[in-house]
Design a protein around this ligand. Structure first.
Ligand SMILES: Nc1ncnc2c1ncn2[C@@H]1O[C@H](COP(=O)(O)OP(=O)(O)O)[C@@H](O)[C@H]1O
Ligand SMILES: [Mg+2]
Length: 367
């Protein structure tokens, strides 16, 4: 494997010879390696992209190239350090954005950002706030980006598309499990209309389509020594969609007091502190750039994304666990129930969530 990795690394246009290769751990999605180089030049990141999830890796890399170059220009214009505040994609020696090996695997490279810190979990309000700031800044840097992007995961967060899949899955009942989860199915059906109503705002243009990250976890944000945001990485899922999707998905994960697959639903709920902290960080950057229609839907976006996740886990359970990896038999059902508990808590706290957003947004808009 080491030898193969060296051969693969040799394909890329690195500035200096490769001195060593270390695994940065097999992530959920991609396998990532650090390429150490001899001399004073930068180190690099080498990644094997997951071709099961991303069907068109070259198109995905073209998205990433455009977006990172745009961010680099914005950082330069703002007098920042483009080598630390923007990712730099490194092409192959032939000038391609990815290398395909003999086994058909896709490899890509980027400059390693030296001395950056990252966190596995956002478990304090201070870190949640930084997460919101990081994603806010990322969206803001791309607010004037107008080039076309290929949808890497078509239909992502499109509830109309999800309901079409859902209807088909219920009709198929492939694993013969529908009968067992009638109550859970009804919970989704009870929310179908309100979710489609929200989604319609994005179809009519009342809620604008922007550039979103779509994987907002804290491990995808790099920080400097002082704990300030450097840049957002892991851009595989950059797509055009409403900014609200990134906010809602971040709240779904950052502000959950339990685990995504918590078997004890009593532990699951929305933390008002974490919600307010993330919103504070996000709106500190975005309050004056978002439309009022968007600000008014931020709280609901968390319900929307969480409801979609309940639907997706339950649908996969009904389908016989084909999409999500499961650790045990009823895992997808446990996940669906845990996310449903989160959704219910968001519904209970909804008026407070709206008031929190309103208060924070006003504060930043008046500045
Ligand atoms: N350009 C980079 N500079 C420094 N560290 C990086 C860089 N790219 C990735 N990393 C590190 O590698 C980890 C995994 O990379 P990432 O692109 O997020 O892969 P995955 O899709 O598997 O999450 C990141 O969390 C980060 O710690
Ligand atoms: Mg990542």
């Amino acid at each position: 494997m080491k030898r193969d990795l060296r051969d693969i690394a040799a394909r890329f246009a690195f500035d200096a010879p490769v001195a060593g290769i270390e695994s940065l751990g097999a992530g959920f999605i991609n396998d990532t390696f650090r390429i150490r180089t001899a001399g004073a030049g930068p180190d690099y990141i080498l990644q094997r992209k997951n071709r099961e999830i991303f069907r068109d890796v070259p198109a995905m890399m073209e998205n990433i190239r455009k977006v990172t170059e745009h961010i680099r220009r914005r950082v330069e214009a703002a007098g920042g350090d483009p080598e630390r505040e923007a990712m730099r994609i490194v092409p192959t020696r032939e000038g391609a954005l990815c290398h395909t090996d003999d086994g058909g695997e896709y490899w890509t490279a980027a400059q390693f950002i030296e001395g950056a810190k990252s966190y596995d979990r956002a478990d304090t309000p201070a870190l949640a706030r930084k997460g919101g700031e990081g994603i806010g800044r990322f969206q803001s840097q791309l607010s004037d980006f107008t080039e076309p992007l290929t949808p890497t995961i078509p239909g992502f967060h499109d509830i109309r598309h999800r309901f079409a899949q859902w209807d088909a899955a219920l009709a198929r009942d492939a694993a013969g499990r529908c009968g067992r989860v009638r109550a859970e199915i009804d919970r989704i059906e009870a929310r179908r209309d309100e979710m489609l109503r929200y989604h319609r705002l994005t179809e009519t243009g009342e809620i604008p389509v922007r550039v979103t990250h779509n994987d907002t976890k804290i491990s995808n944000i790099l920080f400097d020594d002082a704990g300030e945001v450097l840049c957002v990485i892991d851009l595989d899922t950059v797509m055009n969609s409403p900014a609200l999707n990134d906010f809602g998905d971040a709240i779904r994960s950052y502000a959950n007091t339990g685990a995504e697959d918590d078997p004890h639903t009593g532990r699951v709920g929305l933390s008002p502190e974490m919600f307010a902290a993330y919103a504070e960080g996000y709106l500190s950057v975005r309050a004056r750039e978002l439309t009022q229609a968007e600000i008014d839907r931020l709280a609901f976006s968390a319900r929307y994304i969480t409801c979609e996740q309940v639907l997706r886990f339950l649908m996969d359970y009904i389908d016989g666990d084909r999409y999500y990896k499961t650790a045990y038999d009823e895992h997808n059902l446990v996940r669906a129930r845990a996310q449903y508990a989160l959704l219910c808590d968001m519904e209970r706290r909804y008026d407070d969530m709206c008031a929190t957003i309103d208060r924070i947004a006003r504060r930043y808009r008046e500045r």
